[in-house]
Each structure stands twice: as C-alpha cells, then as structure tokens.
Design a protein around this ligand. Structure first.
Ligand SMILES: C[S@@+](CC[C@H](N)C(=O)[O-])C[C@H]1O[C@@H](n2cnc3c(N)ncnc32)[C@H](O)[C@@H]1O
Length: 252
C-alpha cells in the first residue's frame, strides 16, 4: 500500500499522542530504530515534568528524534547521547531542525559518560535503557550526573510480570536478548533498593502493546520497515505479557 504524506499523518494521529502528531511522519519513519520514539517520549513526559531551560540527558537517543522533540516541545537543552549513531550524523539532523543552540550530540558509551557530576536536571531514555541499565550498579552510576532532586525517566519494552520459563505462546518468537525486558515492579525494586532514587511511577504504558503493533503495521504498509515476527509476537500475546515499562524516579 502507498500512502500520501497526509494519509500517513492521518493514520499516525492518535489521541494519546497529540504532540507527536505535529511531526512529519516521513521524518520519523526515515529515522526509525524501533517503536515510535516520539510516542514513547510523549508518554514518558506525562509522568516526568520538564520545564524550559532544564538540562536533559537523552541516553541512547539513537537518531536524536526524541532529543529534537524534547527541545521543541518543552524548551529544554538536550545532550543527545548515543553509541551506535555518530555525533556527526546526529548533528546533521539537529541542524536541519534548527536546534543548534539547544541540542548537543555526544558519542559516548553508557559506562564512560563525559559529563560533570550533578550537571543534569533530568535524564531520559527511550527504548534504550534495557541495553545498558539492567546491572545492579548502573542506576548509581548514571545518577551521578543528575543533580539532587533531579528526575530520571525510562520507557523500554517490558513485561506485565517476570517469568522464568517463556510463556508457550511467545516461544516461537522469543529472542534470547529479550531477557532484558522487565516488569515495572522489577524496575521499581531494582532502583529503589539501591537507596539512590525514590521511584515516583512504575507502570506499563496504557495500550502500549496496541500502539506498538499498530506502528509496525503502518510502517509495513508504508514500506518503511518490516518486522513480521515482532508483529506476530505482539498479536499472539495480545497484551498479556508484553508492553512498555515506564519508570520515573527522583534522585534522593
Ligand atoms: C533501539 S535503539 C533506540 C534509539 C532511540 N532511543 C529511538 O527510540 O529511536 C537503542 C539505542 O541504544 C543505544 N545504546 C545501546 N547500548 C548502549 C550503550 N552501551 N551506551 C550508549 N548507548 C547505547 C544505541 O546506540 C541505540 O541507538
């Protein structure tokens, strides 16, 4: 199926994400690295307050779409930090968006971050934290860069509850590295027991799995991206197990 830009914009206009609906769908699809990053960032900001002028670290920003979105929507300054995507590539997108004075591309590994301690007012991570943040010590490591009282917010693929044996209906689709998907309760305990942060929100995004599947279906129909096994897995699961975990906490 081919879409005009207007048809694509219409298809991607969901009531849950009014801010994201203002963005060019071709721009989002041409730079996608997984689920719609603007939808996930918008959902995160329902629980994490950003105010103009704040310094925000976008960890695992990928192609910096979320960094551009946060700077535009909330008037914050964003350090767009990624590993797989170079700072030079992201600088091109930031310049094209006219945000040279508020979004700063950085190429750095999550365990070797080049920032001053206490520098950021907020740290966000969309569809990335589960790649580097599941070890016990990481929340203590990353919150070094957050000022006391600053917030950290993550949205990542997650589970409604933990399991040791993969549910039968997921087995045909399961990849070994999905072990890094965890439930909101798991993340909440994982962070809270360090004493480094106070958890303010730990839930699954409402209708997260439906939006995830819908995004895959539209991407496939538009010829932008095919992930038939991922879509089949979400259909088979129908929201029983999979979704997006959203965790927001404040540095104590
Ligand atoms: C699935 S992509 C998501 C990118 C972007 N947040 C989005 O939603 O479009 C995951 C991102 O996590 C980043 N990442 C993975 N491991 C990392 C690490 N050890 N340090 C820094 N970034 C990492 C990758 O560079 C990649 O861009």
């Amino acid at each position: 199926m081919t879409f005009t830009n207007e048809q694509l914009a219409q298809a991607l206009r969901l009531d849950a994400y009014p801010r994201s609906a203002q963005y060019d769908p071709q721009w989002v699809m041409c730079n996608l690295m997984g689920p719609n990053p603007l939808w996930l960032a918008e959902a995160l900001c329902e629980r994490l307050e950003l105010r103009p002028g704040m310094r925000v670290l976008d960890m695992g920003c990928g192609k910096a779409l979320t960094s551009i979105f946060l700077a535009r929507e909330f008037g914050v300054q964003v350090w767009a930090n990624d590993l797989w995507i170079s700072a030079t590539e992201n600088w091109g997108r930031i310049r094209a968006a006219g945000l040279e004075s508020s979004v700063f591309p950085i190429h750095a590994e999550a365990h070797a971050l080049p920032y001053a301690e206490g520098f950021f007012d907020a740290i966000v991570s969309v569809d990335a934290y589960h790649y580097f943040g599941t070890d016990d010590l990481y929340i203590g490591e990353i919150t070094r860069f957050l000022r006391p009282g600053g917030a950290i917010g993550v949205v990542s693929p997650g589970l409604s509850e933990e399991f040791d044996v993969t549910p039968e209906h997921l087995q045909p689709h399961w990849e070994w590295d999905f072990v890094s998907f965890h439930s909101p309760a798991w993340w909440s305990r994982h962070w809270a027991r360090t004493g480094k942060v106070q958890v303010e929100c730990a839930d699954l995004l409402p209708d997260g799995w439906k939006h995830w599947l819908y995004w895959l279906e539209i991407c496939e129909a538009a010829g932008a991206h095919r992930a038939p096994d991922e879509a089949a897995m979400l259909r088979a699961d129908a929201g029983h197990t999979l979704g997006f975990a959203r965790i927001v906490a404040r540095k104590v």
